[in-house]
Design a protein around this ligand. Structure first.
Ligand code: 2IT
Length: 446
């Protein structure tokens, strides 16, 4: 690491010692951009790193709500407004029992660079709550969302901060949140993305993250004169990201053979396609948060408590959550001849796993480049809201495809320009960082 970066990093380790995911994300970005810091002393003079790692604002609030039996519960709500140099804060809301400040600071930090890479006018942010919808009724989820938005509505707006979904926040939750925002503010505006189609949503937004991941994968494989056609693909997760990825990978000729949940993973060697893809939506809607049902329904193997990375595959796409693919998994993938690992989730591979994979010549794409299609389509939803028009699915998909190809090429070019050709981690961090850093300097001491 560059000396200036190391100094700032040491201070973060001290001041944020209880935020391991945030420290992990900062370490990766700082290592990648060290070469830029070496070449451009103005970045130190302007203290860009200290400014970047400190969110512009963090809002933490009480979310009281009533369950169906009349009992009162209190959850903690958050919005981390990381950076607005390039546009309004933009990033998802995560509702899950595991949500804490470290995770949201890491996700908000990543979102700055991801959103920069999209080429759209989007700042970075993230939010959510330690609330899990799984064991709650629809009425309880609505009560929670209304209470959450009652406070959040003071801090967001179509030109200020535009949240979307993430783990635990899908179309239903966005609907409840949007309805409450409109009631409180008396403004119908594009304050959230991932909206329903009849009230300001964009076609392709539900599929966009997975489609974008597949387009990225295709571009990476192209550099090795390969394609997804005929490839065996292992995927983890079974939520929105996995669902879109299975659809597009299958359409491009790949065979997806695994899905996973907190309970374990399923292995379907014939491929997850047709009605099996639709069944993913049913599993998610059931609120069970498990994939064992898939194995029962389609008569395939289910491995309790295991992750899918020891299944032989050509391409692996972790789409569940942070740090779900470790050193042991990386060794299994390498041993089984995997040629490409693409982060569908945010930071699903641990630091050691990434080191092992890249050292062994496995193509590797970081989440901030590969899964940027989700937020890019959110940017397209905002554009449609601004012009009060809706584009066709073909038009949105074509723009999404163009954006993903451009992100791939920009990352590859930056990796070459700074001496590590084909290292998409360095490429993504450098390309994403430079644009934000210069925008911050042009806007004065912000
Ligand atoms: O991690 C992500 O990029 C998202 N959850 C989507 C964010 C967005 O604003 O669409």
């Amino acid at each position: 690491m560059n000396r200036y970066a190391q100094e700032v990093f040491d201070e973060i380790k001290r001041s944020s010692h209880d935020q391991p995911e945030f420290i992990q994300a900062v370490a990766e970005v700082f290592s990648s951009i060290s070469i830029v810091l070496d070449k451009e002393p103005v970045l130190k003079k302007e203290r860009i790193l200290e400014r970047l790692v400190e969110p512009e604002r963090i809002i933490i609030f009480r979310v009281p709500w009533r369950d169906d039996r009349g009992e009162i519960h209190v959850n903690r709500g958050y919005r981390v407004e990381s950076n607005s140099a390039l546009g309004p804060y933009k990033g998802g809301l995560r509702f899950h029992a595991s949500v804490n400040l470290s995770k949201l600071k890491f996700l908000g930090f990543e979102q700055i660079f991801k959103n920069s890479l999209t080429g759209l006018p989007l700042g970075g942010g993230k939010g959510g709550s330690d609330f899990s919808a799984n064991d709650k009724s629809a009425n309880e989820v609505m009560n929670f969302c209304q209470s959450f938005m009652t406070e959040l509505s003071r801090h967001i707006g179509a030109n200020t901060d535009v949240p979307a979904g993430d783990i635990g926040v899908g179309g239903r939750e966005i609907g409840f949140l949007f309805g409450q925002y409109k009631r409180i503010k008396n403004i119908f505006e594009g304050v959230l993305t991932g909206k329903g189609l009849s009230w300001g949503g964009s076609l392709i937004r539900p599929e966009a993250t997975g489609f974008g991941i597949s387009y990225s994968t295709e571009e990476m494989l192209k550099t090795k004169k390969q394609s997804l056609d005929g490839k065996v693909v292992a995927i983890s997760g079974f939520g929105n990201v996995a669902w879109g990825t299975v659809q597009k990978v299958t359409a491009l000729g790949g065979t997806v053979v695994t899905l996973s949940g907190p309970d374990g993973f399923i292995h379907d060697p014939d491929g997850i396609k047709g009605e099996k893809i639709d069944y993913m939506l049913e599993m998610r809607g059931s609120g069970h948060d498990s994939v064992a049902d898939y194995a029962k329904k389609f008569g395939v193997s289910f491995y309790q408590g295991k992750r899918p990375w020891n299944i032989k595959c050509d391409v692996a796409i972790p789409c569940a959550c942070e740090n779900e693919l470790d050193e042991i998994d990386a060794k299994d993938l390498i041993k089984n001849g995997c040629v490409c690992v693409v982060e569908g989730a945010n930071m699903p591979a641990t630091h050691t796993a990434v080191e092992l994979l890249t050292k062994n010549g496995v193509l590797f794409a970081p989440g901030k480049a590969a899964n940027a299609g989700g937020v890019a389509c959110s940017g397209l939803e905002m554009a449609q809201n601004s012009i009060r028009l809706n584009w066709t699915s073909e038009e949105v998909d074509q723009r999404l495809h163009q954006i993903m190809v451009r992100i791939h090429n920009n990352c590859l070019e930056a990796s070459q320009k700074y001496g590590t050709p084909g290292n998409y981690i360095n490429g993504a961090n450098i390309a994403g960082f430079q644009k934000v850093a210069y925008a911050m300097m042009e806007q004065g001491l912000i």
